[in-house]
Design a protein around this ligand. Structure first.
Ligand SMILES: [Fe+2]
Length: 304
């Protein structure tokens, strides 16, 4: 006799452990080794999470709703999935695994949700300020290799907020290319551009991530910083921040992205200072920040 309950799996007697094992086994014939490893690990941990926390039907329905809302609120200007990744510390974890740095190399940190591709190419010394946005700040330094040699022709892709806390991509009134730009280092590895002193800002908290932060007693604030992606032929690209060393929230960044080595002083400068950039008329700041890249190929990378 075929097909009776005695020969097949008894549905009424399936235990949680058997469900998990059956799901894991269902991926066993996946021919892509890495995909099989990923999907089985995901299933294993997801099932363990459900079991450990004894997830109820109501809680699981809420979880599905949160994921649905995350998709619905996401568009070209709003990336709620990146916010989840950032706010749960997963972005920093992935970054830590991908970019272990040898001593002396500039540390990496999250890219965040506000990077926009194809920022305008700008010349050495040019301003990224396209409307009044706070106290002008001269950012300067050199891009170097780990032996201290300058890297000419490295590209710095920079973006930041101003005193209204917003990145241009968040503000329909702001010029599209405001407070962002791409610069190339000169022959001596030097770069310099005029931005503004950035301000702390809350990550967008009017969606599911914001509700999670409020419900768990966390705040949405990030300390003041400017973003940089540095790339040069023959070197690993570097995604990093320059943090204002005097900012609030350095000890409680909502996305866990602060590294002490990335803190810099914003040095107050006077209008009479002979080094004052031509576009500046009043008070200004300067921030010196060398950036040290690691050679491509990982020869000088430590294992973690
Ligand atoms: Fe940011």
């Amino acid at each position: 006799m075929a097909g009776g309950p005695r020969e097949g799996r008894s549905l009424s007697l399936v235990r949680p452990k058997e469900i998990s094992e059956t799901v894991l086994a269902s991926f066993q014939s996946c021919e892509d080794d890495r995909l099989r490893e990923l999907i089985q690990a995901l299933a294993r941990h997801l099932h363990a999470f459900v079991m450990e926390a004894r997830i109820t039907e109501h809680e699981w329905e809420q979880a599905i709703r949160v994921l649905t809302e995350t998709g619905q609120i996401t568009d070209e200007r709003r990336q709620e999935f990146v916010l989840w990744s950032d706010a749960m510390g997963v972005s920093m974890l992935v970054d830590a695994l991908a970019h272990p740095k040898p001593a002396g190399a500039t540390e990496s940190t999250v890219r965040g949700p506000f990077w926009v591709p194809d920022s305008p190419r700008r010349e050495y010394g040019e301003s990224i300020i396209e409307q009044d946005s706070g106290t002008p700040t001269w950012f300067y330094g050199r891009v170097l290799d780990t032996a201290g040699q300058p890297i000419a022709g490295a590209e710095l892709d920079v973006w930041q907020n101003g005193e209204d806390r917003l990145y241009a991509v968040q503000d329909p009134e702001a010029p599209e290319e405001h407070l962002r730009g791409r610069f190339l280092t000169r022959d001596d590895g030097s770069y310099g551009f005029l931005g503004v002193r950035p301000t702390p800002y809350p990550i967008p908290d009017d969606g599911p991530v914001g509700r999670m932060l409020r419900a768990t007693g966390r705040h949405p604030w990030r300390p003041a910083h400017i973003h940089m992606i540095v790339s040069a032929s023959g070197y690993e690209p570097l995604t990093t921040h320059v943090f204002d060393a005097r900012s609030a929230y350095l000890d409680s960044d909502a996305v866990f992205a602060v590294k002490r080595s990335l803190l810099r002083d914003f040095v107050p400068r006077s209008p009479e200072d002979p080094d004052r950039p031509a576009a500046v008329s009043g008070e200004w700041y300067s921030v010196e920040n060398d950036l040290v890249l690691v050679a491509a190929g990982g020869a000088d990378r430590p294992r973690i």
